[in-house]
Design a protein around this ligand. Structure first.
Ligand code: PEP
Length: 256
């Protein structure tokens, strides 16, 4: 089955309003002629409305980097799914390793957020990935499957086809280290097998599994050429239009 590759930029805590408009304007121009790759950006909360407005009428999607699992309430500093749909975003990154490591998000909380996102028609980009120590201990696939089974608890097969899984080895995020295409493919294949067990083969074949971890224009093509790698979640290289567009173009070339 052919899945349309999805390249998404996770801007993290970067970009003011004016920088958001500038970057998105440049990005729209840079990828205007690429139609075989889906492109998405996740600016910080403060820039979401400006991003939605700037991208209106085009094909680049806008998403958030996190979300609370409740619809409203006394949760100082939090943002709800209702607020995200109200502002016009289409997806939400959940369970990013920085949220897990720095803000104590555990597998069960991530699972509740995934269910809430689906209930609000937000596409969850469910992140998973092992630390360096877990890889060295030979537990990569056990860690990833634990994160995914908890993250997908309660999700029905008919909801699952729309979701996105992002495999991001923690040791490769922001470090300049990248999994080799073979290392990444091995984990992606195991993720697809788990999705098939959980939701059936045909749903598993339609779910996009992104790779994330120091993806750059120079290493994107060989990663994207792997059969179970369906795009990338990009941090640092998404902050510059030329480098992000370079990844989108490399992905388009890998699939053609
Ligand atoms: C990320 O944080 O999701 C990520 C993949 O970051 P980077 O591309 O900078 O490694």
């Amino acid at each position: 089955m052919s899945r349309i590759p999805l390249i998404a930029g996770n801007w993290k805590m970067h970009k003011t309003l004016s920088a958001t408009r500038t970057l998105l304007g440049e990005l729209q121009t840079a990828v205007a002629d690429v139609d075989s790759v889906e492109v998405a950006v996740a600016p910080p909360f403060t820039a979401l409305a400006a991003a939605v407005e700037t991208l209106r009428g085009g094909s680049i999607r806008t998403g958030a980097q996190n979300m609370n699992e409740a619809e409203e309430g006394a949760f100082t500093g939090e943002i709800s799914p209702v607020m995200l749909t109200d502002v016009g975003v289409n997806f939400v990154i959940l369970g990013h390793s920085e949220r897990r490591a720095l803000y104590g998000e555990d597998d069960e909380l991530v699972g509740r957020k995934v269910n809430t996102a689906l209930a609000h028609d937000l596409v969850p980009y469910l992140c998973c990935g092992e630390t360096q120590g877990e890889r060295e201990a030979g537990t990569t696939e056990a860690v990833v499957s634990r994160q995914l089974l908890a993250g997908l608890a309660g999700v029905q097969a008919d909801q699952a086809a729309s979701l996105v899984v992002a495999y991001e080895p923690v040791w490769a995020i922001g470090t300049g280290l990248t999994a080799t295409p073979e290392q990444a493919q091995q984990v992606h294949a195991s993720i697809r097998a788990l999705l098939a067990e959980r939701f059936g083969e045909s749903v598993a074949q339609s779910i996009r599994i992104q790779y994330g971890g120091s993806v750059k224009p120079g290493n994107a093509a060989e990663l994207m050429a792997q059969p179970d790698i369906d795009g990338a979640l990009v941090g640092g290289a998404s902050l510059d239009a030329a480098s992000f567009a370079g990844i989108v173009r490399a992905t388009a070339a890998a699939g053609s």
